[in-house]
Design a protein. Structure first.
Length: 158
């Protein structure tokens, strides 16, 4: 049975550190969950799960409803976040999470990491491509996060 869990936006707490487990829409793998759990246990941090719902843009300079994530996409992301939180709690960690809709996933992920004072970011990723090809592919978002981040970014490839 599907258990409803309230996803909330945590406030940065002084003296409290976070590990950010982020996804730009791809499923969060067990290997990424394990890596985030290992980092959090080593430093006594909480894990925050962030999923990005991709907004595809605007039409004629105005937001168009067809360009926003639909109900099925949001439901799939919600289930992904809830599954990751449940897996982390089974490992004995404190975890929470939420979903953001944005066109600029890299900027939003780095902004959340900075806002929460995260000590590391963990993301599932595809094997890297050349920078030129990667800049045109949405699947290379984790590599863009890694290039722009000021904190360690752990990319987990399966």
């Amino acid at each position: 049975m599907f258990r409803r869990r309230k996803l909330h936006l945590p406030e940065a707490e002084s003296g409290r550190s976070y590990v950010l487990l982020a996804t730009e829409g791809r499923p969060i793998t067990n290997a990424a969950i394990a890596r985030a759990a290992d980092l959090a246990k080593a430093s006594g941090a909480r894990v925050h799960v962030l999923a990005i719902a991709r907004v595809h843009g605007v039409g004629f300079g105005l937001p168009a409803p067809g360009l926003y994530p639909n109900k099925q996409e949001l439901k799939a992301l919600r289930e992904t976040v809830e599954a990751a939180i449940t897996a982390l709690e089974r490992r004995g960690l404190e975890a929470d999470g939420h979903i953001f809709g944005t066109r600029k996933a890299t900027k939003r992920i780095l902004g959340e990491a900075e806002r929460l004072g995260c000590e590391a970011i963990v993301m599932a990723a595809d094997p890297p491509r050349s920078r030129f090809v990667g800049d045109f592919a949405w699947t290379q978002e984790p590599q863009r996060v890694q290039r722009r981040a000021r904190i360690p970014v752990h990319l987990v490839t399966d």
